[in-house]
Design a protein around this ligand. Structure first.
Ligand SMILES: Cc1cc2nc3c(=O)[nH]c(=O)nc-3n(C[C@H](O)[C@H](O)[C@H](O)COP(=O)(O)O)c2cc1C
Ligand SMILES: CCCCCCC(=O)C(=O)O
Length: 390
């Protein structure tokens, strides 16, 4: 048998049992997180794990997901099974994407390059972060024609936004994701207590250091004066004045599908559609922005009926396994984003770790889907789940 990672669903399980070897990363998300913690500096682990305030939202994300109970249908033929989904004209092996994660160099020196290779190997889209540790052109260079999207923080500088979007198009990104929930960074006690945020140390700003518009803002090149470049980055990366009206400016820059990320209120979902977006990502940023915010999956449950299929709805914040993917699809999501587990897998085993994580998630989703009696994504509907007691 070839690589264990190539085997789908039950065959992958069999491969693991027969080989009697542990996969590249722990299969269980909590053990994966613990393995990453054991390898990372306290600062790196805290940055990824960190949440706003007392961590209420991060915990609530999981708690709310766990309340959704799958109602398996039996007596159905579950041989075969097709997990494919189409998003913006691209057929994906599974309705799953890799969330934009900044400062991946904290997890592994190969950072986004390793993620890009693993994503491309699996055909799972990588959403390249504005805050990537390598310039987007280098990341794209690892992916041949595999799908990638670009995530944009709407900068104060309109010229910088235009430059980033133009570069993303030029390096083959197939969609632009505008993150709206981080006009400024949330209150994150873990980072504050350690006195460490990667960006202050020049990490996770490669897309800016490599950008001609950004460089033109500097008196001296970043190679000569990195602290000044960091100060400039901190000054321009976000735009607290960014409004729905200003989204039109981004819309006008590109013909690529435009998505907004960080929507949790149904009225904002309506507004997003009114402003011509092509997709909505329901997310509370993994509980990193507001302590005590609505759990992301509760927001999904409220938003999906409002969107009612007008545009694709994607979901993140708490996805840790194949059953969570099933729950999100049953609640009306067209796909999910994988966040912190990606950071953890990268930390534990680099590219092989990310490849193993992707394979494990797909295998568990495949099994969940079929054990629930579904052999196609379209069969996973609201009737397949119910909300349990708190
Ligand atoms: C280390 C880390 C870095 C992140 N960086 C970004 C980013 O650059 N852009 C963005 O839109 N979201 C960013 N996010 C949020 C993720 O895209 C995603 O919304 C979140 O991780 C989902 O929650 P979960 O990890 O608990 O599943 C980041 C999250 C983490 C954990
Ligand atoms: C000062 C730069 C903040 C970038 C935020 C990256 C992110 O989304 C996260 O840490 O969460």
């Amino acid at each position: 048998m070839g690589s264990l990672l190539e085997a789908p669903g039950p065959h992958r399980q069999a491969a693991i049992y027969v080989a009697g070897t542990a996969p590249a990363v722990p299969v269980d998300a909590d053990r994966l997180r613990a393995a990453a913690q054991a390898m990372l500096s306290p600062e790196a682990f805290a940055y990824a794990d960190g949440a706003a305030g007392r961590g209420t939202t991060r915990r609530a994300n999981r708690h709310a997901l766990d309340r959704w109970q799958i109602r398996p249908r039996v007596g159905r033929d579950i041989t075969g099974g097709d997990m494919r989904a189409t998003l913006f004209g691209r057929t994906l092996p599974v309705p799953m994407l890799l969330a934009p994660l900044g400062a991946l160099e904290l997890a592994h020196p190969h950072a986004d390059l390793a993620v890009a290779r693993a994503a491309a190997g699996a055909g799972v889209p990588m959403i390249v972060s504005s805050q990537a540790s390598f310039a987007m052109e280098r990341i794209a260079g690892e992916m041949a024609d595999a799908p990638r999207w670009f995530q944009l923080y709407p900068s104060r500088s309109a010229a910088l936004v235009e430059s980033l979007v133009t570069r993303a198009e030029a390096c083959g990104c197939e969609a632009i994701v505008v993150t709206l929930d981080t006009p400024t960074l949330g209150w994150r006690p873990d980072d504050l207590d350690l006195g460490h945020l990667p960006f202050f140390f020049g990490k996770g700003i490669a897309n800016y250091l490599s950008d001609p518009v950004f460089r033109a803002l500097l008196d001296r090149p970043p190679e000569e004066d990195l602290p000044a470049a960091v100060r400039m980055f901190l000054g321009v990366f976000a735009n607290p004045g960014f409004t729905w009206a200003k989204l039109a400016g981004v819309r006008a820059l590109t013909r690529l599908p435009l998505l907004v990320k960080g929507v949790t209120h149904p009225d904002d979902a309506r507004r997003a559609i009114d402003h011509g977006v092509d997709g909505i990502i329901v997310s509370n940023h993994g509980g990193r922005q507001i302590d005590g915010a609505v759990p992301a999956v509760t927001a999904l449950d409220e938003i999906a009926p409002v969107v009612a299929g007008q545009v694709p709805v994607l979901f993140d914040s708490g996805i840790r396994g194949g059953t969570d993917i099933f729950r999100a699809l049953a609640l009306g999501a067209n796909g999910v984003l994988i966040g912190r587990p990606l950071f953890h897998a990268l930390a534990v085993a680099g590219e092989a770790g990310v490849a193993a994580l992707i394979a494990n998630l797909i295998a568990e989703f495949d099994l969940t889907m079929r054990l629930a009696g579904c052999t196609a994504i379209a069969e996973i509907d609201r009737n397949m789940i119910r909300r349990g007691e708190p």
